[in-house]
Design a protein around this ligand. Structure first.
Ligand code: ATP
Ligand code: SF4
Ligand code: MG
Length: 343
């Protein structure tokens, strides 16, 4: 993030002018998985991500919310370079990541750390903590063993697994869920990435350690000026953690806004359906997203025509919403909604 001080003509008071640098730019991204039926061959596509665009600024935390199966993990895995886009681009510092060669891709993967949802499944059971953390360093080309050990110690201290000696030789089954998630975070951080992608990072943990883990992530974000993409269902943690929020429905980002603006002035009927207790727009009082709003999520193989939410929407405009795909309407600065109600 670069910030400069300017003065206004009106009052000559210094004003902080913040110009943030775009770190990651997602344009027109489509991620479709081919469906093949045994004996029949091609049977269509699962349109997990469909026409998604956004910029992520350096040092910014964004949250992505949406019900199960809407495409959140597919979007994240494509950003991590684990899926190739069917169409569209992902640019990191202006460089299209899908045009990188093998060496370039290895470099890019080191720029994006991944914190999985399930710390119990994310770590290989027969490896010690030292080995788990050493592996990315070896792959990342850190040849010197002493340097590797130094970096492991430093990162373990950062995630507050100290004294380090107590943990280095332990296997995953010897640690608690919270300690395991700290190791997952250490593994994501060890190559000093610019971005952390955290996919429901605390949903599998006891309530007692969730806040500690979120505070740890927040602290690391501030200390290292990291950009964070955070997938969650928990609105109270969104407001704690993120500056902007993206609501995803059936492969599309149907609403994008600053967190407070979305809570105060949600523009999409799906966002309203997700928000539990919409009567209380205060982020500190609003607690959770409803996991499942009324009605069935649509098929991503044959998604509904027009607006994909129309079969579940109480405000559907017949002849418009069921026929025409809504474009992005800007209802206030930095607040976009895919909904014909804002035409
Ligand atoms: N590798 C794959 N091959 C085929 N289909 C896939 C693949 N990965 C995901 N899908 C499908 O894409 C759709 C979106 O899945 P995804 O895992 O991205 O959703 P999600 O929003 O992360 O859900 P959840 O909240 O349950 O984790 C689903 O229909 C899923 O079955
Ligand atoms: S475009 Fe129409 S169907 Fe879709 S959310 Fe808006 S009002 Fe509902
Ligand atoms: Mg997922």
């Amino acid at each position: 993030m670069s910030a400069e001080m300017t003065t206004t003509m009106e009052n000559d008071l210094p004003v902080a002018k913040t110009e943030r640098e775009v770190l990651l730019s997602i344009q027109d991204l489509h991620v479709w998985f081919e469906l093949r039926r045994w004996g029949f061959g091609h049977a269509g596509y699962v349109r997990a991500v469909d026409d998604v665009s956004f910029d992520l600024y350096q040092g910014e935390a964004i949250a992505v919310v949406g019900e199960s199966g809407c495409g959140k993990s597919s979007l994240m895995k494509t950003i991590l370079g684990l899926h190739r886009p069917t169409k569209g681009t992902i640019s990191f510092n202006g460089q299209d990541i899908n045009k990188l060669d093998t060496k370039g891709m290895r470099w890019y993967r080191a720029q994006v750390g991944y914190v999985q949802q399930d710390p119990f499944g994310a770590l290989p059971p027969f490896m010690t903590m030292q080995r788990i953390l050493e592996e990315p360093l070896i792959i990342g080309g850190v040849k010197d063993k002493t340097e590797r050990l130094q970096r492991i110690r430093k990162t373990m201290e950062e995630v507050k697994l100290a004294p380090v000696e107590d943990f280095l030789e332990k296997f995953p089954h010897m640690l608690s869920g919270g300690q395991l998630q700290r190791i997952v975070i250490a593994r994501a951080m060890i190559l000093e990435p610019k971005i952390i992608v955290a996919d429901e990072p605390v949903s599998m943990l006891d309530a007692s350690v969730r806040v500690e883990i979120l505070k740890l992530l927040r602290g690391l974000q501030e200390k290292h000026n990291l950009s964070v993409i955070y997938i969650t269902h928990d609105l109270s943690t969104v407001s704690y953690f993120s500056e902007r929020i993206f609501v995803m429905y059936a492969g599309r980002l149907v609403e994008k806004a600053k967190v407070q603006n979305l809570l105060r002035n949600a523009g999409h009927p799906y966002t309203h359906a997700l928000l539990a207790g919409t009567s209380d727009p205060d982020a500190n009082n609003a607690k959770t997203f409803k996991e499942v709003p009324p009605g069935e999520p649509p098929s991503l193989v044959n998604p509904p025509s027009g607006c994909r939410f129309h079969p579940r929407c109480s405000r559907m405009i017949k002849g418009e919403c069921d026929l025409n795909v809504p474009p992005e309407f800007e209802i206030e600065p930095e607040h976009q909604v895919l909904c014909w109600l804002h035409k």
